[in-house]
Design a binder for this molecule. Structure first.
Ligand SMILES: C[S@@+](CC[C@H](N)C(=O)[O-])C[C@H]1O[C@@H](n2cnc3c(N)ncnc32)[C@H](O)[C@@H]1O
Ligand SMILES: [Zn+2]
Ligand SMILES: [Zn+2]
Length: 611
């Protein structure tokens, strides 16, 4: 389909023009009823982003609704996993997002750079920055004394005893797994006190780890005199290179939820200690002044993830694999400060590995470019002609669970631009309306605008699949109200299992708003005769569907715990059944369903069985 003349933009980007030309049209094969894909793929792990959908879970949906070379759009593209799924299946991809950081990721996930180019660039970078690295991270092996480079330095919160004023290190109070209890016990006088909600807590070096060439493995020991002297001198060095200075305060929801006022965070730069600031700003200066745009692009991709991993958010984990908690801005009591250059080398290696088997690798050698990402609000797709898109697969923000603009600011700010929060589609009840608060009605209105645009750009007969999850029936109703208003009629409901997703970090401030483990994919088509919704009780439809489902599972023994009997699964199943029967969702919250289940079935913990 070629409808380029219709676009309202005067000057269309030539890359967009090329992608829009000669697409292959829509297909209407059966939609999969459920998909799952693991988060273990290299594509999934290249860069952090909250709530990524693994490309493997998206591909069956694309295959069902398009032909090779058809055009797939994701107007809430986030890290760009839909684009990658489109390329993996030989389709073309258009992606947009409000967040500049998301567009950076969507572009880099879909535009590989040859690993040989990256390797040459890294060799030059290592030579050029070796002295800086040694000046910041030289450290002696705690076992054999050999002069090496630091791998990481643990920092511990140090409280002062309420009774005897002696210092209490959280490091000394941790359990074997590295977690720490809410209560601290003074090692000097035995006094017990709480550690939460306390301001002005000091952070001091505890254990360090050095990769020793002579001892061969990672060697751990306390920071020695040399380490402490180095830290003192580093703390006095000013940062002379550019760093992002975006102010941060309680006007951001995640600032409040993560209690950052207790951590003395006033601007983005405060997320790094002085050593990390010096290292990151030198590294950024080096990357930004590279002449070759391809090299700059690949290194920037590795850099933004490095910046995130180098923050004070990086949690100590006794079992290794230290990382910040995705979807929050939380600064823990025990921070694992990494060697910025070491983290960067690791990220570059990940990017190279991913690019080595990338579906668009031939583009890096001059083939046609099948992916295009740009920054825009989903409520305004005027850069796209009407009826130009063969399929939409998208994952819009879901209610008040995640604040993408706030979570991304830490690494996004290095790109020189941050998300415009006034446009962000989210429910924010803790801020007054005048200063950025958004009600559920605002959320539904913004989503309506986005889905109206989706409907406008869809080709006749094309489908749109929407990933969604929420534990609150009112948020579900807002989503369905928005699609209804836009004239989209639901045709299929499927279950999507993002295997191994952790529930941690997805709790609301009260801890009440759990996000189900299973997402639903609701598929729509444009339809002017959207059916009126059935007002018959959602609870009855849900109960019948769950009874049918539990009856279809193998009998098994009553102690058997399977995902398909879990509260999270049954909630997704219930919501799916209610949507599929065109019944209004009223009253079907996560909590309400739990009560229904407890009344009607045998509960073993959070798993349910027929009587
Ligand atoms: C659930 S995430 C998408 C994640 C994506 N599926 C992935 O695999 O990375 C929702 C996205 O919507 C974006 N968003 C929020 N408000 C928006 C708006 N008005 N227009 C476009 N995108 C918006 C957020 O920045 C976020 O990236
Ligand atoms: Zn050694
Ligand atoms: Zn004491």
């Amino acid at each position: 389909m070629t409808l380029i003349a219709e676009t309202t933009e005067q000057e269309m980007d030539p890359r967009l023009r090329e992608i829009l030309q000669g697409t292959a049209g829509v297909a209407r094969r059966p939609i999969p009823t459920d998909t799952s894909a693991s988060k273990g793929s290299s594509a999934y792990q290249v860069h952090t982003y909250p709530t990524k959908v693994p490309p493997g879970a998206i591909e069956p949906f694309i295959l069902a609704s398009t032909e090779p070379d058809s055009l797939v759009l994701d107007p809430f593209c986030g890290s760009g996993m839909t684009g990658l799924a489109a390329l993996n299946t030989g389709r073309r991809a258009l992606m947009s997002d409000l967040a500049p950081g998301a567009v950076h990721l969507a572009h880099n996930h879909s535009h590989p750079v040859r690993p040989t180019i990256i390797a040459a660039a890294m060799a030059a970078l290592t030579t050029s920055l070796m002295e800086t690295e040694i000046a910041l991270y030289a450290s002696n092996c705690p076992t054999c004394g050999r002069l090496e480079r630091l791998r990481h330095q643990i920092w511990t919160d140090v409280h002062s005893c309420d009774r005897c004023r002696e210092p209490i290190r959280v490091w000394d109070q941790k359990t074997q797994s590295g977690s720490s209890s809410r209560t601290l016990t003074c090692g000097h006088c035995g006094n017990e006190q709480t550690r939460s909600g306390v301001t002005g807590v000091l952070s001091k070096p505890a254990e360090k780890a050095v990769a020793c060439g002579s001892c061969r493995t990672l060697q751990r020991g306390p920071a020695d005199e040399h380490d402490l002297a180095l830290l003192t001198s580093v703390a006095q060095r000013p940062v002379t290179r550019w760093m992002p200075k975006v102010p941060l305060g309680p006007d951001r929801e995640m600032y409040r939820r993560s209690a950052l006022h207790l951590r003395n965070i006033k601007e983005v730069a405060d997320f790094w200690n002085r050593r990390s600031q010096l290292a990151l700003s030198e590294l950024w200066h080096y990357i930004a002044t590279q002449a070759d745009p391809t090299v700059r692009s690949a290194l920037t991709f590795a850099f933004t993830n490095t910046a995130w991993h180098a923050t004070r958010m990086r949690r100590y984990n006794a079992f290794g694999g230290q990382r910040p908690l995705t979807g929050t801005l939380y600064i823990p009591q025990l921070v694992a400060e990494g060697n910025v250059f070491e983290i960067f080398r690791h990220q570059v290696a990940q990017v190279s590995r991913f690019y080595a088997t990338h579906p668009a690798a031939e583009h890096a050698d001059g083939g046609i470019d099948k992916a295009f990402a740009r920054q825009s609000s989903a409520t305004d797709l005027s850069w796209l002609p009407s009826s130009s898109v063969d399929y939409v697969f998208t994952d819009p923000p879901f209610g008040a669970n995640l604040f993408y603009g706030d979570c991304n600011v830490v690494w996004e700010s290095w790109l020189g631009d941050v998300t415009d929060l006034t446009e962000e589609i989210v429910v924010n009840k803790s801020l007054p309306m005048a200063s950025g608060g958004k009600s559920l009605a605002d959320y539904e209105k913004l989503l309506s605008g986005a889905f109206s645009e989706v409907r406008r750009v869809l080709a006749p007969g094309a489908r749109a699949s929407v990933v969604f999850h929420n534990a609150d029936d009112k948020v579900w109703s807002a989503l369905l109200g928005a699609t209804n208003h836009a004239g989209l009629a639901q045709t299929d409901v499927s279950v999507l299992d993002k295997v191994q997703r952790s529930m941690k970090g997805y709790k609301g401030r009260s801890g009440a708003e759990l996000v189900p483990f299973f997402d639903l994919v609701i598929t729509f088509t444009a339809d002017s005769n959207v059916k009126a919704q059935n007002l018959n009780g959602a609870d009855k439809v849900a109960l019948a569907a769950i009874r049918r489902h539990l009856g279809s599972l193998p009998e098994g023994n009553k102690n058997e715990v399977t995902d398909q009997r879990s509260l999270e699964y049954l909630y997704s199943l219930a919501i799916g059944a209610v949507i599929a029967s065109d019944t209004k969702l009223t009253g079907l919250s996560f909590k309400a369903l739990e009560e229904i289940l407890q009344k009607n079935f045998i509960a073993k913990g959070r798993h349910y069985y027929l009587h």
